[in-house]
Write a protein that binds this ligand. Structure first.
Ligand code: 0O2
Length: 210
């Protein structure tokens, strides 16, 4: 397939990513405007690289890009607390502008590697000059600790071409469990942290006004 064809395939997914980034950032803004803790700390998004799409097609032994590659459009939502992840899932479930077609709970069922995240596969409607259609998009929801671990593990996977040596993999697994214990500890003092953050924000405004 030539480059122009790839650009045409990826274009609608790129539109979806841009729109979804704005929508999730607005959810954060709404919470902050109401003086409340936001379950979304920050939002990132990307379209999958052509080389990664091709590698995944090979892995899945498919030629059907649009149906079988779920994460051409990918959104990542980072949270402070594990509880926030489920709040976001509920928010997405209630929205009328996106439709969940699959859910993967890698928090209660962590992957062999130690990977934890909550994945939602959604169908998202877009309007292009060619008309209306829906595109698949993967939303990964994770805590800051889960994100720290996944980012590091991802670069190691890249370095070792997906075959991380056993001793390193064991250490990574231990690190993933430690990150999860950190999340659990933070979860225990969640209310205390949120109150402190609210105070901190008020103080910041007071300083700005002065
Ligand atoms: P990239 O480079 O991030 O795009 P499966 O075959 O069922 O195990 P599948 O179908 O790829 O996996 O879906 P899954 O498990 O929901 O994973 C989709 C994405 O989740 C991955 O995309 C990663 O972004 C992330 N992910 C899943 N497992 C791991 C893991 O062990 N470590 C890290 N760091 N990320 C993970 P890609 O296309 O694999 O990679």
């Amino acid at each position: 397939m030539d480059y122009q064809k790839w650009v045409e395939i990826i274009g609608p997914y790129s539109n979806a990513v841009e729109e979804l980034k704005i929508k999730f950032r607005n959810i954060r803004k709404e919470y902050l405007d109401m003086g409340q803790h936001s379950p979304i700390e920050f939002v990132t998004g990307r379209t999958k690289k052509i080389s990664s799409i091709m590698a995944k097609m090979k892995k899945l032994d498919t030629k059907n890009i649009e149906e079988d590659i779920e994460d051409i459009a990918g959104i990542r939502l980072m949270c402070q607390f594990v509880e926030d992840i489920y709040t976001i899932v509920d928010i997405v479930k209630k929205r009328t502008d996106m439709r969940i077609i699959n859910e993967k709970d890698y928090i209660n069922n962590s992957k062999e590697s130690g990977y934890r995240s909550y994945h939602l596969i959604i169908m998202y409607p877009i309007n292009t000059i060619e008309g209306y259609r829906e595109v698949q998009c993967e939303i990964q929801i994770r805590t800051l600790a889960m994100n720290f671990w996944a980012t590091i593990e991802h670069s190691l996977k890249y370095k070792y071409d997906h075959y991380i040596p056993d001793d390193l993999a064991t250490r990574l697994k231990r690190a993933a469990d430690a990150a999860f214990r950190l999340d659990q500890e933070m979860g225990e003092i969640r209310e205390e942290i949120i109150k402190a953050q609210e105070l901190f924000t008020e103080k910041e405004y007071a300083t700005t006004d002065a």
